[in-house]
Design a protein around this ligand. Structure first.
Ligand code: GLU
Length: 406
């Protein structure tokens, strides 16, 4: 099996096959600037010591400070973080933000940690990296399993050590601790706006059936946006189970069930589903969980018209090739989930300037930029007669090449 980073480089290779770039520029982009890993000694509540492996990969900063989230997950490793950092470089260029790409993580299952343990770990993570992050160096943010509260602990640790209380070192903070209005729903909102911007071009009906894999920050809020716009959510899964309803769920009731029980499974407004939720019939398939979900093994069993990637890296390059031949468009992660980092960049800008923008302003600005980038990528895919991922890569690479100091 290829590593996630090898898959990311295969995507790069697919893109430069449709439009050529200076090979030396492509080689430089194929290596991260810096990879940091180490171990945090964490004192557990029961008095035992756990050595937690942590990471920060700074992939590229030609366009601005490294930018990207921190993932707390038991399967996270350096190869995954490297790939995610690479995608952040591309994503920030697609969104035309003045930021580069980075990613961080720690190999733990946070669900097994108390709040006190998580606070100690989060503060230690920031202490370990305090010299290499900063508002003009590297600006982390949330990712899988990391919350606004975790960002607040990290921001406070940074402020305690450096004296910089602007908050601009990290984004996705709670609003009362310098976070931006609209950041919590920004990934989902961005995904919805991309879909709206491309719906007619992709010849989709006004009312679509959606299947959403993952009911975390991205998946749950996406379900709300699509539901309120009149679409039907007919299948949802999370790490504990899955549920379907061919007539569509009542999303507020499903969310309430998830928050009460910890899973979508067992929801009375649908039927528990055993098997792969990805294979349930729909018009819009939304992977919103982890990477490597749509592969050459299951791609032929999908029953969908388009894929909207709210997760990072859910589709392998082999599956991409088959989907392209089959005429199933994939709205790629670096566009589809770019709303999160876009509002993160707004948060960073507000913190740096000491400003507070209204939610309406944030939403309007996000919507405009998403529409512009989505349209540009769609048009480029038509011109190059290629898929949306290759078109998005080509546009990002052009912007990165302009910023390249070489
Ligand atoms: N973790 C999110 C992503 O993968 C957001 C990153 C950020 O806000 O910096 O895009």
């Amino acid at each position: 099996m290829k590593t996630l980073f090898e898959n990311a480089l295969l995507q790069l290779k697919r893109a430069v096959a449709v439009q050529s770039f200076d090979p030396a520029f492509i080689v430089r982009l194929s290596f991260p600037h810096r990879e940091i890993r180490g171990h945090i000694p964490l004192l557990r509540d029961d008095g035992t010591l756990q050595m937690v492996e942590y990471y920060r990969v700074q992939h590229n900063n030609w366009r601005g400070p490294y930018k990207g989230g921190i993932r707390f997950h038991e399967q996270t490793d350096i190869e995954e973080v490297k790939a995610l950092a690479f995608w952040m470089t591309l994503k920030c260029a697609v969104a035309d933000l003045p930021m580069g790409g980075g990613k961080g993580g720690a190999t733990i299952n946070p669900k097994e940690f108390s709040s006190g343990e998580l606070e100690r770990l989060s503060r230690a993570w920031m202490r370990a990296l305090v010299d290499v992050v900063g508002p003009d160096k590297d600006v982390p943010a949330p990712d899988v399993n990391t919350t606004p509260q975790i960002m607040a602990w990290m921001a406070d640790e940074y402020a305690t050590i450096t004296g910089d209380r602007s908050g601009a070192v990290i984004t996705g903070k709670p609003v009362e601790h310098g976070g931006s209005l609209g950041r919590d729903r920004a990934t989902a909102r961005g995904g919805f706006e991309v879909f709206e911007a491309l719906r007619e071009s992709l010849e989709l009906p006004q009312r679509c059936r959606l299947v959403i894999q993952g009911f975390g920050n991205a998946g749950e809020h996406a379900a709300e946006f699509f539901f309120h716009a009149g679409h039907q959510i007919v299948g949802v899964s999370d790490s504990k189970g899955a549920v379907v309803n061919p007539d569509g769920f009542d999303i507020a009731a499903l969310s309430a069930h998830k928050h009460q029980t910890g899973s979508v499974a067992g929801f009375a407004g649908g039927k528990d589903f055993v098997g792969s939720i990805l294979e349930v019939e729909n018009e819009v398939l939304v992977p919103a969980a982890l990477e490597n979900q749509i592969t050459k093994e299951n791609v032929s069993r999908l029953k969908t018209k388009i894929i909207l990637e709210l997760a990072n890296g859910p589709t392998t390059p082999e599956a991409d090739d088959e989907l392209f031949v089959a005429g199933v468009p994939v709205i790629p992660d670096i566009l589809a989930n770019s709303g999160g980092v876009t509002v993160s960049a707004y948060e960073w800008e507000q913190n740096k300037k000491g400003e507070h923008w209204s939610e309406a302003d944030v939403v309007e600005k996000l919507k405009k930029t998403i529409q512009i980038q989505a349209q540009a990528i769609f048009e480029r895919s038509q011109i190059l007669k290629t898929d949306l991922r290759r078109a998005a890569f080509v546009i990002a690479l052009e912007r990165l090449e302009q910023a390249s100091p070489f």
